[in-house]
Design a binder for this molecule. Structure first.
Ligand code: NAP
Length: 458
């Protein structure tokens, strides 16, 4: 894939970039290595000052950067600006919390290990490569970069090829914030050159957020090099609605949970599993709400849903819809591609799916909701877990015993009762099963790329 901004609203190429050549890649890897040798010795206070400055710059740029995000990947402008502001908050969060998250952990009774003192320390490991997706082009990078830099590591960003302006902005952001050259760099390279970077002896580890095939490839190369990897992959999150739920609230939340970010978030709710007692009422209201969503130019404040971000992404989504129809599913609203420019797909609700349809097990990355009817709690939990993924999950019920069952039995990296999955910097984020491994955010996120060193002072 060439490195270019191709506006998904119009299909027009707005700006193209050349990949860096091998000599420049080599230079940048050496700069990263040298920068790490100095950065690892800086204090938390020094790192924190840089991140707080970067946060202020991000806030100041929120409107213009938000516009760039919208032009590059098509999410509604207000959501793009919100993403930038959320990222500034995460920079401040790690600037303030990192020292505490990485504070030495003493053993209560060091005499047990024949020492006067025994404790663990968390130390930086070196340059970390981040292979990142286009769907939250600023948030995904900042939630990697903020903890990496605060831990004393340095960051190498290989961003998705369709968000190069955002990628270049991010390197400049950290330089403007005063971070020395090499502490955070953007590598304008295509996916096929990721292997070379992972295998480079100066690179310590890799984190990837993206699709399963990309994750599998990156993880196998990293394991071949015996390097740590973290994978944040796809999801097909269940959103379960039981009879005791507040149905109007559940419907309103369900719609937003499915279509926010144009339906292209890993943690969008994708499968709506509804108890038979409330199925028809839920479905009627859900379909009605979907039919009122405004599809259009994401720069227009009245728009709810913009285009799918890439032409290939739209093709994949249309294939899933057609396959579902061919396998007996019912399209209750939407299901088509509107006339005109851009890679739009109508907001779509599909019911009567069976495991024969690909949509039953595959992730729909766009505004397509699948609805299922179940007759009891056990069936709801079984269906929710009948997926290769395990990222987020949501269950709507006011019955305390049911809530406990969902918390205990949903196979996912998170479970939310009576709301929808949202990433918070305070909560660890990640998945199980084919949604990946490792955690981002909170204390767990910053500790992922550190060396936990055990110390005995005898
Ligand atoms: P993708 O194709 O896997 O791209 C993600 C990144 O990986 C891009 O930088 C891409 O570079 C690179 N890449 C692709 N193939 C690669 C390979 N074989 N080796 C090394 N790098 C490779 O993902 P996508 O389809 O654009 O993004 C959507 C997916 O990401 C969805 O499945 C979504 O659920 C998932 N996602 C997960 C999370 C999470 O936190 N769990 C968050 C957001 C998105 P190029 O652009 O140059 O190809």
């Amino acid at each position: 894939m060439s490195i270019a901004t191709v506006n998904p609203t119009t299909g027009a190429v707005e700006k193209s970039f050349d990949e860096i050549d091998d000599a420049e890649l080599e230079r940048r890897l050496q700069v990263a290595h040298d920068a790490w040798l100095a950065h690892r010795k800086t204090t938390f206070a020094e790192r924190s000052a840089f991140l707080l400055k970067a946060a202020d710059l991000l806030d100041a740029d929120a409107e213009t950067l938000g516009r760039t995000i919208t032009v590059e990947m098509g999410k509604p402008l207000a959501q793009a600006v919100g993403e930038v502001r959320k990222s500034a908050k995460a920079l401040r969060f790690y600037a303030e919390k990192a020292e505490g998250f990485l504070a030495p952990e003493p053993l209560d009774d060091p005499s047990i290990v024949d020492a006067r003192q025994a404790f663990s320390v968390f130390q930086p490991i070196g340059p970390v490569l981040a292979v990142m997706p286009w769907n939250y082009p600023v948030w995904q990078v900042i939630r990697f970069a903020a903890p990496a830099i605060m831990a004393g590591n340095v960051g190498l960003l290989k961003h998705a090829s369709n968000v190069p302006q955002t990628a270049v902005y991010l390197e400049e952001l950290f330089l403007r914030a005063g971070l020395p050259e090499g502490v955070f760099q953007t590598l304008l390279i295509g996916a096929r050159r990721v292997e070379k970077v992972i295998r480079d002896t100066r690179v310590a580890a890799v984190t990837l957020t993206g699709s399963e095939p990309a994750g599998r490839s990156v993880a196998s190369i990293a394991s071949d090099e015996v390097k740590k990897s973290v994978l944040e992959l796809g999801g097909s999150d269940p959103f379960v609605v039981m009879p005791s739920a507040d149905l109007d609230q559940a419907v309103a939340t369900a719609v937003t949970a499915r279509v926010s970010n144009n339906g292209q978030a890993c943690i969008n709710a994708k499968r709506f599993i509804v108890h038979a007692d409330v199925y028809h009422e839920f479905l009627e209201k859900f379909v009605d709400a979907f039919s009122k969503l405004r599809l259009g130019d994401p720069l227009d404040a009245a728009t709810d849903i913009g285009p799918v971000s890439t032409e290939q992404g739209r093709e994949d989504l249309v294939e899933l819809i057609e396959d579902a129809k061919a396998n007996g599913a019912s399209v209750l609203v939407g299901g088509s591609v509107p006339e005109g420019d851009g890679w739009f797909v109508e907001p779509t609700v599909i019911a009567d799916l069976t495991p024969k349809a690909r949509l039953f097990y595959e992730e729909a990355f766009g505004p397509v909701a699948s609805v299922y009817k179940v007759s009891n709690l056990d069936e709801a939990i079984d269906l929710a877990n009948d997926t290769p993924f395990g990222l987020g999950s949501a269950a709507w019920t006011n019955d305390k015993a049911e809530q406990q069952r969902f918390i205990a039995e949903l196979d996912a990296g998170s479970v939310v009762i009576n709301s929808s999955t949202i990433s918070y910097q305070e909560l660890p984020f990640g998945g199980t099963k084919r949604s990946g491994y490792g955690r981002e955010l909170a204390a767990e996120g910053i500790r992922e790329f550190t060396n936990l060193k055990s110390v005995r002072v005898c």
